[in-house]
Design a protein around this ligand. Sequence first.
Ligand SMILES: Cc1cc2nc3c(=O)[nH]c(=O)nc-3n(C[C@H](O)[C@H](O)[C@H](O)COP(=O)(O)OP(=O)(O)OC[C@H]3O[C@@H](n4cnc5c(N)ncnc54)[C@H](O)[C@@H]3O)c2cc1C
Length: 388
Amino acid sequence: MTTPQAIAPNGIVVVGGGIAGMTAAAALAQQGFKVTLLESAPQFGEIGAGVTLSPNAMLGLDFIGVCETAAAAGVEPVRQRIQHYEDGRTLVAKDRSSQREKYGAPYVTIHRADLHDVLLGAARAAGVDLRCGAAVVSSDGASVTLADGSTVSGDLIVGADGVKSVIRQRFDTAPPHFTGHVAWRCLVPVTPQLQELSDFPGIIIGPGAMITRYNIRNSTAMNLVFFSRQDGWNEEGWTTAADPDEVRRVYADWCQDAQTLIEAACQQPMFKWAINARTALPNWTLDDNVTLIGDAAHAMTPFLGHGAACGIEDGVVLARALAASSSIAEGLQRYEAARHERCTFIQSESNANADRMQGQKTDFFGLEGMKDEESLGLFTYDCRTVPV
Ligand SMILES: Cc1cc2nc3c(=O)[nH]c(=O)nc-3n(C[C@H](O)[C@H](O)[C@H](O)COP(=O)(O)OP(=O)(O)OC[C@H]3O[C@@H](n4cnc5c(N)ncnc54)[C@H](O)[C@@H]3O)c2cc1C
């Protein structure tokens, strides 16, 4: 059998230490590959927000040995609901109490920084050469050039550098596009006023907008995201402070539950994001020495909560595909064959879900059969065993 050292004697260079890059680096190193991870930020970390990890994402974490550590750092909701914006009535209730039995892994909501700590621990334990303050400015062949002019080379470059990916420019020089959705994001402590909303988390939906809430950190805090369709704004960043009056204005005629969430949010640091995405690429591998994973490959709208999940799955499948192959070319071919169709489907269904959830017919939502991440079958995918 061909060994990882024979396939990639000079090692694999992962560009970007977010959820996808860190998972891939850990998985590749665990398979025996020599891995260097380059992260532009001065320190490893994640933004101050939450993320939902569906059971299929948690199976990916299981592959790298951290499913239960991540579950313990997060919260496993037993139920969720979708509410009507006018009066807060429940349109759809979801039982999440038996996700482990149904899918072999839990459904978890977690602070991104807590997840990132777990992934960093896995990458470190697997022996990844972790370098922060290492911003890649260009890439050619199996090499990258850093902002300080130095180069790092290997046998394969894995672009895990997010929606504004530098590595993706080898495939597509177009910048990301603004999707017409903005999000205001913040974390709030669970006060007695918020207890009921925290006990039954979920989404309030209305025409052109929705509000998501879920618990993190032992249910002492809630992650809130206020989504709205807006034109003419595309700043993406964690530093654009929200104008509380703008948030109040957008949801002015929404129900009491929405007002309670808005008032809690306006007491906390809140940031406004443009949701940018990428059009699907026909190929994710080039010249047998570069590939893409995560948002660099397929940044999508967050309306199925599956961007991070896809990045985790990509990382695991890439590692398995390379480990099962006798050359990088073969491994990349297997990786793309195993992943491209699923990610492109999820990308397109995420957009469709925005239309479903933020359509004009909130009164009828859920009556014609639900199409969501669970009913679309996304939870049954097992990246640990899917054929490569
Ligand atoms: C409002 C919102 C809510 C979401 N909710 C969910 C959810 O509940 N569930 C879910 O699964 N997904 C969700 N997503 C999507 C998810 O956040 C992303 O898909 C995921 O974080 C992408 O991970 P990534 O590692 O591919 O990219 P990123 O997280 O963007 O990481 C890229 C990393 O690369 C680094 N980097 C960038 N450029 C360079 C460079 N030139 N050189 C070196 N390093 C570089 C960055 O600093 C960063 O650390 C949501 C997205 C949004 C906007």
